[in-house]
Design a protein around this ligand. Sequence first.
Ligand code: ARG
Length: 727
Amino acid sequence: MRKLFLTFLTAIVLGFSSFAASPAPDEGMWLPMFVERLNWTDIQTMGLKLTPEELYSINNSSLKDAIVGLAAGSAPGGFFCTGEIVSDQGLIFTNHHCGYDVIQNHSTVEHDYLTDGFWAMKLEDELSNPALTASFLIRMEDLTAQILPLLSDTMSPKDRAAKVREITKPIKEAAAESGKYDVVVKSFYEGNEYYMFVYQTYKDVRLVGAPPESIGKFGGDTDNWMWPRHTGDFSIFRVYSAPDGSPAEYSKENVPFKPRHHLPISLKGYEKNDYAMVWGYPGSTDRYLTSYGVEFAMDKKNPAIIDVFGKVLENMKVYMDSDPALRIEYASDYAGIANSWKYFIGQTKGLKNLDVKSKKEKTEQQFATWVKASADRKAKYGKVLEDVKNSYVSMTGIVTPFYYLAIGSGQISLFEMPRQAIQLSGLLEDSKENKAAIEESTKAMKEGAEDYYKNFNASMDKDLLKSMLKMFKAKLTPEQLPDVFTTINKKFKGNIDAYVDDMYEKSIFASKDKMMKFLNKPSKKTLDNDPAFAANQAFMSSMMKYQGDFSKGESTVDQNMRLFIAALREMNPDKKYFPDANSTMRFTYGTVEDYYPADAIHYDYVTNLAGVMEKEDPKNPEFVVPSKLKELFKAKDFGQYGKDGKMITCFLTTNDITGGNSGSPVINGNGELIGIAFDGNWEAMSGDIAFETELQRTINVDIRYVLFIIDKYAGAKNLINELTLVK
Ligand code: ARG
């Protein structure tokens, strides 16, 4: 379920193209390769003492060498989170919510590291994680001049992409140095520029430490995306390498990795207005989105996503609350969906409250005036906005059924195996001819089934399918409903519950035994008569009805966004436009700053441990405070990490970040770590679409709180001793 959800979410988050108004002072996710092109005098005046070469160098060790992209896979095209190297032994700090999935995977009811935390007091205790990788950026290179002259405006986006792959194949191969590096080429400004990224990817990344959820996720989903915050959102990992320093799969022989650079840690804190920069891997933004795209998101896309995710969460919670093993098993899926669900609620609110549509319209009017002033421009850009508008109009009628059906049916576990069985069903048309292929296909399915049924919870899944079908019935028109409703109406007199109960009772896919029996002796007839197989087919064919038009609309938008962005840069040649986030290394600079969220309300830029005690609620799992933490607070036993008898927990900066930046280092003007970025704030949740200088803040956990928890709460002095502390 998790994978599917992630894939689809990535598709919806990344699927829509974009465009931005003028970057405000703190706005900007800059490519480190171009640091020297920025207004260096301004940055130095703000407080940065390092030189561009000390930040990003391909010949010497530089700050960028302490930044890692975290991924679940060996050749990363993107990163789910960021981490930073903090010792010469490859120690990584990132967020607790970035390590959450790993921590959950190591947890059982007996050893519940989510609830109790985990601390390795020596290297041998550190826990390996098969899928987790940490990538270092070796260098990046501008390939625009090699690519653009070979593309043309008349090529379809698909043909362009194919051409780009063809052109870059030999370049990538050469850069990979026979497998030493992973090489990725990405499009920037919607296909106006192309850059290559060369990574070295380490495959042995071990869990070293994590606070209990009551610290690492304190405030839970209630406080998520909000300030004032009191969350110790950090976890600790370590990169291991082969004895010669090269990347290697997990092995006992591996040794802690010797990094080119690690971040020193400042215990001195910061004041309001102090310089702060964040380095990391922001995943995706939509800053160039048009007013039509804003309306589409607000009115069509987001409501469907919010509705479906809300139901999924409701259903999961019932089961998680009923059984401690299920609570652990689904903890990470739940947290991920809850996070996205609240994100889309906040984004929708933000787009409305901050009237983002009008702001976009203003830019579009300027653009239209500029285009009208010249015949050349009219020829090149004259139809851009109209085409974008028409594409959204064409998608408007189908987006609701498309999203409900795609996201909704994607959440149903029972349909996973039928999806795999489609190929087998085709082969079974001629079982003699396809004997070998059938054997191969059933073998693969059997292997998959072993894992699949370990996590398959029929009751929970059954309830979810019932809720989904009821929701579809309420939200879609009769013509938009998938064909299963014909069966429901004819065979089950409209009774959805009876239909679903019957499906789980009869389908071979709902039982491992039946599934394995079938795979030993597969028959076409069994598949044809199977209710889950039929239901999955019905959902797929409903979605197919919309998929074509939907993709066409999206692709037209993409094509025009490329022109739109090119035009804007032409129109304002002095303005520095930064490319939307695309999971490549960026840095953003700003200052430590408070804000005014609403009339007459002022939010300070720091929170304190005292606030944790104020929020404590032993009856609410999101606000439980561990007794050890209460004791330390009462005794004011903050060690070298406190200040004036207070323990600061979190703080705010004006940096421009988004999902994927989670775990990113917040670094002061001397290149020292002062915090770990972990969230954005509620009042500016539309920030991925339009940056709000006055309102938008990055929420960080103060590095002194992190060290206080490691040292005083967990007693892991071994880890403190590894760090380079600046006092
Ligand atoms: N909002 C944070 C992000 O997207 C995730 C915070 C996780 N915490 C939670 N309560 N789910 O990076």
